[in-house]
Design a binder for this molecule. Sequence first.
Ligand code: ADP
Ligand code: MG
Length: 409
Amino acid sequence: MKILVQKFGGTSLASTELRSKVCNIVAQAKEDGYAPVIVVSAMGRENAAYATDTLINLVREVNPEPLPRELDILLSCGETICGVLLANQMTAQGMPATFLSGEQAGIVTDGKYGDAHIRYVKPYKIMECLEKGLVVVVAGFQGLSDDGEMTTLGRGGSDTTAAALGVALNAEYIDIYTDVEGVMTADPRIVDNARLLDSINYNEICQLARDGAKVVHPRAIEIAMQKGTPLRIRSTFFNSPGTFVSNQVYTINEPVKIINDRLITGITYTSNVVQITVPQSRKDHERKTDLMVFKAMAEADISVDFITVQPAALMFTVSREKAHRAEINLKELGLCPQMEFNCAKVAVVGAAMTGIPGIMFKVVEALEEKDIDILQAGDSYTNIWCLVKQEDMKRAVQALHDKFELGNY
Ligand code: ADP
Ligand code: MG
């Protein structure tokens, strides 16, 4: 049996008409001889009745810091509603389908509420249904822990479900259908001349995804990579081949081409970042402020990023959701954190940039030319990040995209 996993994001499923389009895509896959397994997200984006953000807001109205366990039970309903509708719509259109929850599909997680990892997959029930000729629709983003707790996989987690099923079922491809043409050199909502990358290797897309290009979840790539299952990122709305993600080289009777990473793959961003500066005096130094600060953040389960430790100050960033809690905890330690609330992180990503001189110069020049202040900067082998004010973010992404000549001209 040739299995194809097809994952559809929330915007692709937002209305009956759109779900009809999805039915046609699935019907085509069947016609091409595949047994399709469909992974769905919750329908629509914020303000849509059953979207994940709507459900979060619903419970926040009664408790600003919702109970994590109960929140996961609530959030899992979004995908369940969507999957049940889609399976019904398919069946009504003459394509018999069935729906499975994450649990029924055999997704077993490590039990961490809100950000669970998939530990293993027991795909037996899916196989049974496929053998009966049914299209199997699976709720993305959810799974049950070993001790029976409902957990969700974090934002973008349906991609992870799709990748895990693709690997577990030996699928030929994992297709991620979304609302853009494929993986581009920058978010096309921000950069008009962003260019489609028709093929990209696992390493490159992983770097882009980790740095905020939310078109696909980085964990999904890591999982697909384990077995070398190729992914295709494509649009639900137009018929185009999208982006092919693999490390495969097609050469028959020719010298074997070695895949190299691109110097610069694209520009990414992460919004809603808060910069925290904790000034230190010599006396603080003796008190080991750095140890106190990072211990407090760890104990409060607050992930810190962009860390700079200097004798005069500690600087780091946290997400906006965690900023308030971080500020309270630091003040309780007798520290005076300075909070810069409206920041964004922009990154130049390229897995082959290491050791190439002049890239940081170009980054600074691009931002300088547009009068954009760099609040903090950092780098790794594969990227250079700059923290900028949120209001400068779009211009910064465009300026960097232009400077590195990544677009369509
Ligand atoms: P879905 O609901 O289908 O999972 P997401 O919103 O999670 O969709 O991801 C698709 C979005 O990712 C696009 O609408 C686009 O705005 C954004 N995006 C960010 N960076 C990129 C990029 N480099 N290439 C393509 N899309 C990107
Ligand atoms: Mg997504």
